[in-house]
Design a protein around this ligand. Structure first.
Ligand code: FAD
Length: 475
C-alpha cells in the first residue's frame, strides 16, 4: 500500500487545506502528516515565543482531529531549514513514503527550503507536490496591463475584485475518515522551542475549529459595523482573527467565502466590503513579497529612503518598547502588545509612526520588536505595515505626513477608556486631560507615577523632515 505524507507548516487546519485534501484523494493510500520544528531558524528571525506556544497548541488540536480520521501527525525537531529537508527525507524513508504534499510558503527562506526539498526528494525518487494556499489567488496572478506587479494598493485591489467577481476561489472540504488508517501512533506535540512562552489562551483559544467559529460570528455580527467601529480600540470592532490567519488555522479563502455567504453584496462595495478590503491588504503584501524578495531581507521598497540617517538611542527605544514614552495612547498600545501579543491596527499605525517619525529610530528596530512580541507576527503584513508607517514602502504615507501622537489619541480614544485600561496610573485623570496627563497634574499640584513626554513632538517633526529631505537628495 502506498503512503502519502502531508508536510504541515503554516496551514494548521482540516478544512480548505489543499495539500491535505490532495493527499487523501487516493482511497487506497495510507496518509500520515508531519510537522518539523526549527527553533534555531525561528530564533534568528525573531518569531515570538507566544506564537510558538500558540502553534504548538494548535498542532495538538489538529493532531486529535487528524487521528480521528486515521491520519497520525508525526513531530520532528531540528535546528534550521537546511536540516529540516534532511529530516523530511529521513521520515519519508522510515515510512516508505511515495508522495509528499505541501502548501507553498512565500517568504524567501521558506521558498528556498522548499526548492531544496523538491530537489532532494526528486533525487530520491519521491514525488513531491506543492499547492498555492496562503492567498486568495496565486501570487503573480494579479498583474498590470504590462504584466508586472502593482506597486500601489488601490489598482491592485480593483484588479483583484474584478478577478474574484469573475471566478471565486474554491474551499476544499475536510478529508473523510480513511478507509485504510495508518497504523502508526501520533506523536505528542512537545514545546516547539526554549523560547516558547505563555500566551493568553482565554482570549486566543488555539485551533482551527475556534478560528472558524470566530469567523462565522464576526461575519454575522461584526462585519456590517466594521467600517464604523474599526478605528476605535476601546470597541471590539475588528475580527481579531489575525493570529489564526497568520498561522494558517483559517484561510483567506474561507474568510472571503464566509463573508460572501452572509453578505452577498460585499464584493460590489456593501458594508462588509471594508473588512474584505483588509483581507485584500494582506493579499497585497504577500504578493509583494514574491515580486520583491528583497523585502524579506528588510530592504526598503523606496530606494532613497535607505539614506535616511536614523538615530541610535537605546534609552528611547526602550521607553517605546516598555510603554513609557509619556504619550498615553502610545504607551497603552505598547503595554497591550507586551501583555497580550496583539495590538489594534490603528494603534500599530500610531506607535510605528511614533518610533520612526518622532524618535527617528530605524523602522527595522520596530519591525523586529513587533515580531518578537506578536501572536500574529507575519513577515509580509508586519514588513508592509512598518514600511507604510516609515514612508519607505509602496503606497507609503508621504514622509512629510507625520502623525501627532497626542491628536491621534484624542481622535481615536476620546474619553481615554482604552488608555485607562492599560495604564492604571492614569485612572484618576479626567477625560479632558487624559492625553496630556503630566501637564494637567502639574497645574493641579499633583504628582503622577507616569513619565513626562520623552520628546517634543513639534521639534521632533522638524528633525525628521530634515532627515528625510537630506536622504531624498539621493533620489
Ligand atoms: P481585522 O481588522 O479584523 O482584519 C482582518 C484580517 O485582515 C486581519 O486578521 C489580517 O489578517 C488582515 N489585515 C488587516 N489589516 C491589515 C493590514 N493593514 N495589512 C495586512 N493585513 C491586514 N498584521 C498581521 O497579521 N501580522 C503582523 O505582523 C502585522 N504587523 C503590523 C505592523 C504594523 C506597523 C501595522 C501598521 C500593521 C500590522 N498588521 C499586521 C496589520 C493589522 O494591524 C493586523 O492584521 C490587525 O490589527 C489584526 O487585527 P484583526 O484580526 O482584528 O484585523
Amino acid at each position: 500500500m502506498k503512503t502519502h505524507l502531508v508536510w504541515l507548516r503554516n496551514d494548521l487546519r482540516l478544512n480548505d487545506n489543499p495539500a491535505l485534501y490532495a493527499a487523501c484523494q487516493q482511497a487506497d493510500a495510507r496518509v500520515i502528516a508531519l510537522y518539523i520544528a526549527t527553533p534555531g531558524q525561528w530564533q534568528q528571525h525573531d518569531v515570538s515565543g507566544r506564537q510558538l506556544s500558540f502553534i504548538r497548541d494548535s498542532l495538538q488540536c489538529l493532531s486529535e482531529d487528524l487521528t480521528a480520521l486515521g491520519i497520525p501527525l508525526l513531530f520532528a525537531a531540528c535546528d534550521d531549514f537546511t536540516q529540516s529537508v534532511a529530516e523530511l527525507s529521513a521520515v519519508c524513508h522510515r515510512y516508505e513514503v511515495s508522495q509528499v504534499f505541501y502548501n507553498y510558503q512565500y517568504e524567501l527562506n521558506e521558498h528556498r527550503r522548499d526548492r531544496r526539498a523538491e530537489e532532494k526528494l526528486a533525487e530520491e525518487d519521491i514525488v513531491i507536490q506543492g499547492f498555492h494556499d496562503g492567498t486568495l489567488v496565486p501570487p503573480g496572478s494579479v498583474l498590470t496591463g504590462k504584466g508586472t506587479m502593482y506597486n500601489v494598493y488601490t489598482p491592485f485591489s480593483k484588479a483583484l475584485v474584478k478577478m474574484l467577481s469573475r471566478e471565486l476561489p474554491e474551499c476544499y472540504p475536510a478529508p473523510d475518515k480513511r478507509a485504510h488508517p495508518a497504523d502508526i501512533q501520533a506523536d505528542d506535540i512537545p514545546s516547539l522551542s526554549e523560547q516558547s512562552r505563555d500566551y493568553d489562551r482565554e482570549s486566543f483559544p488555539p485551533g482551527h475549529r475556534e478560528a472558524l467559529q470566530r469567523l462565522r460570528k464576526f461575519s454575522q455580527q461584526g462585519a456590517a459595523e466594521y467600517h464604523r467601529l474599526r478605528d476605535f480600540p476601546e470597541h471590539a470592532g475588528t475580527s481579531v482573527l489575525s493570529p489564526y490567519l497568520a498561522t494558517g488555522q483559517v484561510s483567506a479563502r474561507q474568510c472571503l467565502l464566509r463573508i460572501l455567504h452572509d453578505h452577498p453584496e460585499a464584493l460590489s462595495g456593501g458594508n462588509a466590503y471594508s473588512w474584505l478590503n483588509e483581507i485584500f491588504w494582506r493579499e497585497f503584501y504577500l504578493h509583494l513579497l514574491v515580486a520583491y524578495p528583497a523585502l524579506c531581507r528588510h530592504q526598503p521598497f523606496t530606494d532613497w529612503t535607505a539614506h535616511v540617517r536614523w538615530r541610535k538611542d537605546d534609552k528611547q527605544l526602550q521607553a517605546w518598547q516598555q510603554g513609557k514614552t509619556g504619550f498615553p495612547v502610545v504607551d497603552a498600545a505598547m503595554r497591550q502588545l507586551n501583555e497580550t501579543g496583539w495590538m489594534h491596527n490603528r494603534l500599530r499605525m500610531i506607535v510605528a509612526s511614533f518610533l520612526v517619525k518622532d524618535l527617528l529610530i530605524d523602522w527595522r528596530e520596530g519591525e523586529r520588536y513587533f515580531m518578537s512580541q506578536l501572536l500574529d507576527g507575519s513577515l509580509a503584513a508586519n514588513n508592509g505595515g512598518w514600511q507604510w508607517a516609515a514612508s519607505t514602502g509602496t503606497d507609503a504615507a508621504p514622509y512629510f505626513r507625520i502623525f501627532n501622537p497626542q491628536l491621534q489619541g484624542e481622535r481615536f480614544d476620546p474619553a481615554g477608556n482604552f488608555i485607562r485600561r492599560w495604564i492604571p496610573e492614569l485612572s484618576s485623570v479626567p477625560d479632558k486631560a487624559i492625553h496630556d496627563p503630566v501637564n494637567w497634574a502639574k497645574k493641579q499640584g499633583k504628582t503622577l507615577d507616569y513619565p513626562a513626554q520623552i520628546v517634543d513632538h513639534k521639534q521632533a517633526r522638524q528633525t525628521t523632515l530634515q532627515a528625510y529631505e537630506a536622504a531624498r537628495k539621493h533620489n
